[in-house]
Design a protein around this ligand. Structure first.
Ligand code: HEM
Length: 115
């Protein structure tokens, strides 16, 4: 994932690196980018729910951050990784404890708004 042969500044958080131009003549660049980032697989057996998931992810992550403080064990997250089958995974699985930021009343209101 963080291989400098494939990524410029591999250790920097740069989500804009996945933005591609929609202008014609950039198809090769778009295809290359598409093969670098494959959270939903690709081709005929790629995830059929990728668009649904992208829509849900923003809300889900937003609520996780807004409603909970995520406590870790220790001072900082160990980002070492290792290969597991075909993909990389965390060498030391992350354990988090969610601590609500909201009062019970606020939580109930939020749940009611969503149903
Ligand atoms: C963040 C959420 C999700 C991720 C990261 C994800 C990722 C994946 C990946 C990597 C594959 C294998 C693709 C391949 O072999 O090339 C896959 C397949 C599949 N996913 Fe998802 N998926 C997500 C959500 C969902 C949801 C919400 C559904 C259903 C509502 C779903 C339904 C499927 C199905 C049916 C397949 C099998 C497609 C096939 O074999 O033809 N996925 N998904």
């Amino acid at each position: 994932m963080r291989d400098p042969d494939f990524w410029e500044d591999p250790l920097e958080f740069k989500p804009e690196r996945f933005l591609t131009s929609s202008r014609s003549g950039q198809e090769e660049e778009r295809n290359e980018q598409a093969m670098k980032y494959l959270p939903f697989g690709g081709g005929r057996r790629g995830c059929p729910a990728s668009k649904l998931s992208y829509m849900a992810l923003g809300t889900t992550i937003g609520m996780m951050v807004q409603c909970f403080e995520w406590r870790i064990i220790g001072e900082k997250v160990n980002m070492d990784d290792r290969y597991k089958c075909f993909s990389k995974t965390m060498a030391h699985p992350l354990t988090l404890t969610p601590v609500t930021r909201l009062s019970n009343l606020e939580l109930k209101t939020l749940v009611n708004l969503q149903t």
